[in-house]
Design a protein around this ligand. Structure first.
Ligand code: NAD
Length: 412
C-alpha cells in the first residue's frame, strides 16, 4: 500500500469512528487544490531544462495553508498529497492556526550548481503565482531545501509584489526575518515528547538509552536535546552507516567532527563501534527514534524492534502494518503528527514574529515550544483515553477540531 492510500484509509476510518457527517470526509479525502507546473531552468550549458513542481493545498478551514517544499528526484504527486494531509492533522494536533500543504520539485539538487538551484527556487515562486502568500499558503524548508532556499524564495516573492513580505515564508535566515531556534525546533520538540513518553512508561529519562536513525537536522538536534536532558544516546546513523556505544556517544563531538569536513559520514566517524544505517532501530534501548526517511519500519523488519518506545521523528517512518504489529507487541508509538510538530510550531512563531516585526530570544522560543508540545502530547493522551493507538487518537483529535471549525464556518 502506498502512503497516499494508507492516509486516505485512516481518514475514512476515523471520520466513520467519530460519526462525522459524510461531508467532512468529502472535504478531507482529497486536497482542495493541487497544482502541477514546470519550472524552466537555463543550465550552465545554455540549454533550457524543465523540472516538474507540485503544490498540494489540503484544507484551510482553520487558517492559511502551511507546508514545506522538498527538492528530490523521486518526489511524486501522491506523496506530496499524503504529506499535505499529514500537515493538516499536525497543525490541528498542536493547535496552530494553519491548514496543511506540501510542495515538491522533481529534481536532484546535487546535480545542479548554485545558480541553477537558485533558478529552481525562484521559479517555484513564479510558477505557483498567487496561490502562495502570507495569508494564503506559507512555504517552509523540507528535504534538501534550507534557509538559503527560503531566502531566495522570500526575495522572489517580495520582488513580484514590490515590497518585503517577511511573513510569506518560514525557515529564513535570522538576519532576514527568521526565528531563533527554528533550525533546532523539530529535534527539540521530538526530545520534549520522548521524555514525556518515557515518563508514561515509568522509565527515568536520566540514563535511559536512545538510539536514533538519521543524523541530519532532526536526528542531530533530537540527540543533542536528549543528551542535555540526561538521556544516553547510544547509537546514531546516516545513510552510509552509523556508530554505537552502549556507554553513550559524545553527540556534540560527533556533530563537530561531521561539520569539520565536506561529505563526512558517520560510517567513518572515529567513535564507538560501526553499525549499518538501519541498525539503531533494532538495538536494545529504552527509546528508538527513526529520524531519516519514510517507510523504514515495515512488516518485514518490525519483529526486530526491541525498544518499548518508538518516537516517529521522520514523516511516516512506520508502515501501517508495522505500526499495528508494534502495538500488539505492547510497544508505544508516538506518531509523527505529534512527535515532529515542533518544526511547524516554530514556523508559526516565525510568522507571528514577522507580522509583529518583533523578535524573541532563544529561551522564549524554547519555553513556548515546550508549552505547545506538552499540551499537544497531553491532548492526544486524553483523546486516547487508554487506547494504545496514539496515531489514531491524534487523528481523532485533529479531525474533531477540523469538523468543529467546518461547523463554525457553515461548511458542514
Ligand atoms: P536531513 O536531510 O537533514 O537528514 C536526513 C538524515 O537521514 C541524514 O543524516 C541522512 O544521511 C539520513 N538518512 C537518509 N536515509 C537513511 C537511511 N536509509 N538510514 C539511515 N539514515 C538515513 O533531513 P531532516 O530535516 O533531518 O528530516 C528527517 C525527517 O524528518 C524527514 O522525514 C523529514 O520529512 C522529517 N521532518 C523534518 C522536519 C524539519 O524541520 N527538518 C520537520 C518535520 C519532519
Amino acid at each position: 500500500m502506498s502512503l497516499w492510500t494508507e492516509t486516505q484509509d485512516l481518514l475514512r476510518d476515523v471520520t466513520a469512528e467519530l460519526a462525522c457527517p459524510p461531508s467532512v470526509f468529502s472535504l478531507l479525502r482529497e486536497p482542495r487544490r493541487v497544482i502541477t507546473a514546470q519550472i524552466p531552468v537555463r543550465r550552465g550549458s545554455g540549454q533550457i531544462e524543465c523540472f516538474t513542481a507540485y503544490r498540494s493545498q489540503h484544507c484551510d478551514v482553520a487558517g492559511p495553508y502551511k507546508g514545506g517544499i522538498r527538492f528530490h528526484p523521486k518526489v511524486t504527486l501522491e506523496e506530496i498529497k499524503a504529506l499535505s494531509v499529514e500537515m493538516t492533522i499536525k497543525c490541528r494536533v498542536v493547535n496552530i492556526p494553519f491548514g496543511g500543504a506540501k510542495g515538491g520539485v522533481q529534481v536532484d539538487p546535487t546535480a545542479l550548481d548554485p545558480q541553477e538551484l537558485e533558478q529552481v527556487a525562484r521559479g517555484y515562486v513564479d510558477v505557483m503565482g498567487d496561490n502562495l502568500g502570507p495569508d494564503r499558503d506559507i512555504p517552509a524548508p523540507d528535504v534538501f531545501t534550507n534557509a538559503r532556499t527560503m531566502a531566495w524564495m522570500f526575495d522572489q516573492f517580495s520582488r513580484r509584489h514590490g515590497r518585503n513580505h517577511f511573513s510569506f515564508i518560514t525557515g529564513k535566515p535570522a538576519r532576514i526575518g527568521g526565528s531563533r531556534g527554528r533550525e533546532e525546533a523539530t529535534g527539540y520538540g521530538v526530545a520534549v515528547v520522548a521524555i514525556k513518553a518515557l515518563g508514561l512508561r515509568h522509565i527515568d529519562p536520566h540514563g535511559a538509552r536512545a538510539a536514533i536513525q538519521g543524523f541530519g537536522n532532526v536526528g542531530a538536534n533530537a540527540a543533542l536535546a536528549l543528551q542535555r536532558a540526561g538521556v544516553r544516546v547510544i547509537a546514531l546513523s546516516d545513510v552510509r552507516g552509523g556508530v554505537y556505544d552502549p556507554a553513550g556517544l559524545p553527540v556534540e563531538q560527533l556533530i563537530q567532527w561531521e561539520a569539520a569536513g565536506t561529505g563526512r559520514t558517520l560510517a567513518e566517524a572515529p567513535f564507538g563501534q560501526h553499525i549499518d544505517p538501519l541498525d539503531p532501530l533494532f538495538l536494545d534501548a529504552e527509546v528508538v527514534i527513526p529520524a531519516a526517511m519514510q517507510m523504514q519500519i515495515t512488516k518485514d523488519n518490525v519483529g526486530r524492534v526491541r525498544a518499548p518506545l518508538v518516537v516517529e521523528a521522520a514523516n511516516a517512518p512506520t508502515t501501517h502494518e508495522a505500526h499495528r504489529r508494534l502495538l500488539s507487541a505492547g510497544k508505544m508509538v508516538v506518531p509523527d503528527v505529534l512527535a515532529n510538530a515542533g518544526g511547524v510550531t516554530v514556523s508559526y512563531f516565525e510568522w507571528v514574529q514577522d507580522l509583529d516585526s518583533y523578535f524573541w530570544d532563544l529561551e522564549e522560543v524554547r519555553t513556548r515550544l515546550t508549552t505547545f508540545m506538552t499540551r499537544a502530547f497531553e491532548d492526544v493522551l486524553a483523546e486516547a483515553a487508554g487506547d494504545a493507538d496514539l496515531r489514531r487518537a491524534a487523528y481523532r483529535l485533529a479531525i474533531r477540531r477540523l469538523w468543529e471549525a467546518m461547523g463554525d464556518r457553515g461548511w458542514v
